[in-house]
Design a protein around this ligand. Structure first.
Ligand code: HEM
Length: 428
């Protein structure tokens, strides 16, 4: 959901009004070193007296929990400045960024609830918020549990598993599909579509990736149109039917219907996959905590929250200041872009005792993995339910789980998760 380019830290005289001269931290979020272990770099950023400017993304990095929280709850810190910019300027930007020949992508992916603010955002969000609440999510719990058990059952004879491909990759599409009402046999498509569309935001952008993202958005759109007419003919007890109903009552436009469905799939898929794998990797790195959780399954709720804190799968999002603003005692002009480093905020020692220690019983745990304020993750109940079900079943089914080799983590500032995770396991 964010684009990434390589670059270096510098200091912009244009947007900060009273910048101190500091030694910039070397910040290379696309490097292998950052992928391996970003936390020393986050700590160095937190150790600076002021915000650092990251020229490659034209944004100021906010690494402290307190300032991230303050920005998230400030209505003048927004996701998009589009409503303040003349339409021609937006069009010119799209041409510059090669968006202009991506009609489906720009119509349904670039503009969504996540990238709107104020009244438009609040209207779109309030129309669907109840369908993501605990009781709505509870309705799909049994079907997700049954699917997880079935997937684990298929692995029961294998004593070596590549956890990402063999298991975790099947879970998010099925859970999101169950909530939306996508037929079970089509849920695997959600993964492929979401990955192909999201890869366009990737670090290594290319014309091929752009074409693939555009083609896939069109396929996804046509598929959703087909489901839409099926649900209109024959409504069911699912999110798609409710969204169709909202559309028929004139509360949601056609484009809003499609972009909301796509957002739900794209926001929920990669993030869930990554935290399933990083969560297991973390338990394997802290075997004492895994044993503690085995001995006391009542800790699962706090353990899952700690997995989100410890390796936040979406560690960075941006905000723009739509008024002149003060952050960490520094003044910034209207239009300044800030990079909120959730992954760093979640290791801030002023908030978390021993932040680099994984503690399955940590409480309170005011992590920022789901953001905060107006855009606080709508899917957080579903995300936590998936984790709860998977880790409960995994620990029940396998008496031992061991790491075969240290995994490589994905490169980039916007994502955090192992590419693969080779484990060996045994049944009791
Ligand atoms: C599994 C881990 C997940 C993480 C770490 C996560 C994290 C986040 C974060 C940080 C935001 C706010 C972005 C910002 O601050 O600008 C967000 C928004 C959102 N998330 Fe999640 N998410 C996860 C799973 C899900 C799932 C499973 C769904 C739905 C199926 C979902 C749907 C959404 C939606 C619709 C928004 C936009 C909310 C708005 O703009 O008001 N997320 N998520």
């Amino acid at each position: 959901m964010n684009s990434e380019r390589n670059g270096i830290l510098g200091v912009s005289g244009l947007q900060a009004m009273n910048t101190l001269r500091t030694t910039p931290v070397e910040f290379a979020p696309l490097s292998q070193e950052f992928a391996r272990d970003p936390y020393p770099i986050y700590a160095a950023l937190r150790g600076q007296p002021q915000l650092q400017y990251f020229a490659a993304y034209d944004m100021w990095l906010v690494p402290w929990h307190k300032d991230v929280s303050t920005i998230l709850s400030n209505p003048d810190m927004v996701r998009s400045l589009d409503h303040q910019i003349p339409a021609e300027e937006i069009a010119a930007r799209q041409v510059k960024d090669n968006w202009h020949d991506m009609p489906y992508h720009s119509r349904f992916v670039q503009f969504s609830m996540l990238d709107s603010d104020g009244a438009t955002h609040d209207r779109l969000r309030s129309l669907i918020a109840t369908y993501f609440g605990p009781s709505a999510i509870h309705r799909i719990e049994a079907s997700v549990r049954a699917f997880v058990d079935q997937q684990l059952g298929e692995l029961a004879d294998a004593n070596r598993i590549e956890f990402v491909e063999d298991f975790a990759a099947h879970i998010p599409g099925r859970a999101i599909g169950a909530l939306m009402g996508v037929p079970a046999e089509d849920c695997a498509l959600l993964r492929a579509w979401s990955e192909r569309i999201v890869q366009f935001f990737d670090i290594d952008r290319s014309d091929e990736k752009k074409e693939l993202a555009e083609r896939t958005t069109r396929d996804f759109y046509l598929y959703l149109k087909q489901l839409e007419s099926e649900r209109r003919r024959q409504p069911a007890d699912d999110l798609l039917s409710r969204l169709v109903g909202l559309q028929d009552r004139g509360l949601l436009t056609e484009d809003e219907f499609i972009s909301t469905c796509m957002l739900i799939v794209m926001a929920g898929h990669g993030s869930t996959l990554d935290v399933l794998a990083s969560g297991l990797h973390t338990l394997l790195r802290f075997p004492g905590e895994m044993n503690r959780l085995r001995a006391d399954p009542g800790l699962m709720g706090t353990a899952v929250q700690e997995m989100f804190r410890f390796e936040s799968p979406l560690p960075f999002f941006h905000r723009y200041a739509r008024q002149d603003a003060s952050v960490h005692g520094q003044e910034f002009r209207c239009g300044t872009r800030f990079g909120l480093l959730y992954g760093s905020a979640n290791r801030d020692p002023t908030i978390f005792a021993e932040p680099d220690t994984f503690d399955v019983a940590r409480r309170p745990n005011r992590h920022k993995a789901f953001g905060g304020g107006a855009h606080f993750c709508l899917g957080n109940h579903l995300a936590r339910l998936n984790m709860d079900i998977v880790f409960t079943s995994l620990l029940q089914r396998f008496e031992t789980i061991d790491l075969v080799s240290d995994p490589e983590y994905k490169r980039g500032l916007s994502v955090r998760g192992p590419k693969t995770l080779e484990i060996s396991c045994s049944i009791g």
